[in-house]
Design a binder for this molecule. Structure first.
Ligand code: AMP
Ligand code: MG
Length: 509
């Protein structure tokens, strides 16, 4: 790995030029804790400048949350920074080293092949957030890739990550998307773009695997300590801090995947390098939301075996966590067998945590505030009926109403199966203390009306590639308030017609 330990280079293209205020306009309050780790954790290098940076979208709300000046970010100097043409004061750009299991096969070196971490800022609520450019040019980790991203995948990540945030699901965020003014070559030439991604951190299971594969226990300890300080400070006070770290990551991942399952989200490429230690949804490549309920649903064009199908996600998260646990063994105990026994015991908590998170979420989705033994079967039977009837996942839950069966019923190709289930559901609801209005309100606050349906996302991207951003903007507007019915946007709640269905997604790398 080439590791340029010199100071970050300052690149400036003639278009952006030096500004009268020097870097003043772009004084971001960087405090780069990861860049203070040893050199073997990353490569220092600046983004590669691009020819014609143009801002497509700035997330002003997120800028505000981060304590950044949205006007400065959308100024010429700001856009130059967001395109990688200018290094803001205090930024220490680095590409992170990591490894990972891709579709089950271990690759000892992956790393940020097309992303560069500009630095970290502490947001208004005191949370440390990474600011990273994605698509900002080649790095020592690029292998055969060009280090670039096309406009479609950049805007897809923007739309879906912001939709996830609005749904209340832990996720990386999107601060900005800029056009580079340069083509990228995939199957055809496409407009190039850079996404500015914001994350609690970009540390992955694969980051630990990178050092474990090199038997670099010192680095593993430094990394684990960094993660504890940054994400799980209370683990420090436990008798066994590294075991506590493992268990906290297990709990976050279990909760995260349950949240995905509850909204019909399919990540699509749950490799260990795409599994965030902070428990955020990360790496929006071929991800998509399910329309009609089918647990076998796969969108990704490269997932031939269905490894990352909807119903497999909880199992895969468990598998990824086992790989994480392996990397921690030398920290957990000196004796290898003892360490393994401890780690296995910790890993054993996953099933229960996941099961509880899923069940409590599902109960809320069907309007149950209390727990009874038969609830799991009741919910499973609804899902089975939905699968048999190809009922729309999102709309079925949104329309469930014990006083008005007709709208949910209409989503079932075999409506009798809904009727039979609804009889049992009403019997069960009779045991609930809540009145109908409270229940209805509670259900509407967990069952979204609007998700980023794939046909809508694809249509917005297709228009944006042609320079028309209106569908992209409107889609963002709709998805920003997913639980609120809005008459003027009713069509966005509808599933695709047979002709509109988009069944495949691509990584776009
Ligand atoms: P992903 O499947 O997007 O998580 O990426 C897996 C690995 O491939 C990561 O190490 C990426 O940095 C790298 N990669 C993906 N696309 C590119 C690209 N266009 N240029 C260089 N590296 C890439
Ligand atoms: Mg990745």
């Amino acid at each position: 790995m080439a590791n340029d330990t010199g100071l970050p280079l300052l690149h400036e293209t003639p278009e952006t030029g030096a500004l009268p205020h020097g870097g003043d306009l772009l004084r971001l309050p960087f405090d780069n804790s990861y860049a203070r780790l040893p050199d073997r954790f990353f490569a220092r290098l600046a983004p590669t400048p691009v020819g014609g940076p143009r801002l497509m979208k700035l997330n002003r709300g997120l800028a505000e949350e981060l304590g950044l000046d949205a006007d400065a970010l959308s100024s010429r100097a700001g856009v130059a920074m967001l395109a990688g043409n200018r290094i803001a004061e205090g930024s220490e750009p680095i590409a992170l080293a990591y490894a990972g299991h891709q579709f089950g096969n271990f690759v000892p070196q992956l790393g940020d092949g097309r992303a560069i971490l500009l630095g970290e800022v502490v947001d208004r609520r005191g949370r440390r957030r990474d600011i990273q450019l994605k698509g900002s040019g080649p790095t020592p980790f690029s292998r055969r890739g060009d280090g670039r991203a096309a406009v479609g995948p950049v805007l897809r990540e923007y739309i879906v990550s912001e939709a996830m945030a609005a749904l209340g699901i832990p996720t990386t965020r999107s601060l900005a998307a800029v056009l580079t003014g340069e083509p990228v070559y995939r199957e055809t030439a496409l407009p190039g773009a850079v996404l500015t991604r914001v994350a609690s951190s970009h540390i992955r299971v694969g980051t630990f695997q990178f050092f474990a594969a090199r038997e670099d226990v010192e680095a593993l300890r430094l990394l684990a300590d960094h993660v504890i300080d940054r994400h799980y400070p209370d683990a420090r006070d436990e008798a066994q801090p590294y075991r506590a770290l493992f268990e906290r990551v297990i709990a976050r991942q279990a909760g995260l995947v349950a949240r995905w399952m509850l909204v019909g989200f399919i990540h699509g490429v749950m490799n260990t390098d795409n599994c965030s230690i902070a428990g955020e949804t990360i790496d929006y490549g071929p991800c998509a939301f399910m329309d009609h309920y089918d647990p076998k649903t796969v969108f990704s064009s490269i997932d031939h075996g269905g490894r990352y199908a909807y119903a497999n996600q909880p199992r895969i998260a468990h598998w990824n966590l086992a790989r994480f646990g392996e990397t921690l063994l030398p920290l957990i105990a000196d004796d290898a067998e003892a360490a393994l026994a401890i780690a296995n015991e910790s890993l054993g908590t996953y099933q229960r945590l996941y099961g509880e998170a899923l069940m409590s979420g599902m109960r809320r989705k069907v309007g149950l505030f209390t727990a009874e033994d038969g609830d799991a079967a009741l919910i499973q039977d609804l899902l089975t009926a939905m699968a048999e009837s190809e009922a729309d996942f999102t709309l079925t839950f949104r329309r469930l109403d014990p006083e008005l069966d007709i709208s949910a019923r209409a989503l079932f190709s075999q409506p009798e199966s809904y009727d039979a289930w609804a009889v049992r559901w009403r019997e069960r609801l009779a045991h609930e203390p809540q009145d109908a209005a409270t229940r209805r309100q509670a259900m509407r606050s967990v069952n979204p009306a609007y998700i980023p349906r794939n046909h809508r996302v694809e249509a917005a991207l297709a228009a944006a590639v042609e320079g028309d951003y209106a569908p992209f903007e409107e889609l963002l507007t709709v998805l920003a308030r997913p639980f609120e019915d809005r008459l003027e946007y009713a069509a966005y709640g509808e599933p695709p017609s047979a002709g509109q269905r988009v069944c495949q997604t691509f990584c776009g790398t």
